[in-house]
Unconditional design. Sequence first.
Length: 393
Amino acid sequence: MSRIMIPESEYMERAKKAGKLIKEKGLDVLVVNGTESDYANPRYFSAFWPVFERSGVAINQDGDTALMVGPESPIFAADKAVIKDIFMMREYIESANPTYPHLSDQMQTYEDVFKHLGVNESKIKIGLAAPIDTTMVMYEGLTKTYPNAEIIDASDIMVSLRQIKSENEIACLREGARIADIAIKEVLEAIKPGMTELQLVGIAHSVFYREGAEAEGLPIYCFSQKSTQHAISRSGYDKIQKGDLVQLNFSAKVDGYSSAIGLPISMGPLTGEKREIVEFLLEAHRWTTDKMSQGAGLPASELATEYEKFFKDKGREEVYVYGPCHSTGMIEVEAPWIETSSTFDLQENMTYQIDTFGIGSDFGCRWEKPVVIREDGIELLSPDVGTIYELDF
């Protein structure tokens, strides 16, 4: 079976689309920065995922690209990236901040990059496609090199490009969900009281790599009882006890793409408040699925507003934590979120995590699955969730 991945030609198409948007926005050049942990924007054009160091991509109006990396990465990037014009720059160094005195005369600058792309003037308009991922060192490098430049937030370019997925991207998300589903089944077989959360994470990791994932898509959630209240967190050394509610959220990364599956497990009979809230959140999850089944054209704010109202009408306002969905793609949580303040309609080939999370007195619960918006409905990218597991020990 051939590997599920993004073909090189698609990276080239992305850059050309970006070039068109750069021109429409009146920019001379777009700078897209990222880190090892939040690599998505530069990897979207380059297929390069740095280690320790940062990375960046510069794009001109014609869609020509250059990859910017730190001093340890040029050979690594040449082997892995689809962009072959690579520049070694101090701005993309690792956080230990070594000086590399032996490389001082080999370091390149933003001026070298931009001139390579045919941007030769000094009074130019620079767009930052990921200001939140642009460090002060990068920003100061730009302003020092181009003191007369206008630098603006161009995040909307990346949202515009990334929010609509190609069928290749969707295939990667679907494959990640397939792998996550296998991992959940194997954890269900192995889990028992006395195991630590991290022991369960180890089982999931072994499945991910065995089945062909490149990494986890997010820190794997295997939370027990009190930790299930955490909207985001990390698994630890807490031991799972009889009677605990355990939350699983698994995400396997496939060629940079991360979808997730989430569900609760009861380590014994599910009773009282726990059963009430687990069943209510499952009802809310199914309501969201049905609402999204309207498909393309559904106003995002309508979905979010009615989701909040669902909690209020059921007398469960204290359970509510956040809205019904977030987009997924190269990062398991990416823009645009579906919120009451959203101003867009759902479009065909948007991909979302239906993420139904709520909290009780000393526990939380999440039902979660990935979907893609289609013209007349939605397509599940994973098996549906909804089985309430009550394990007998």
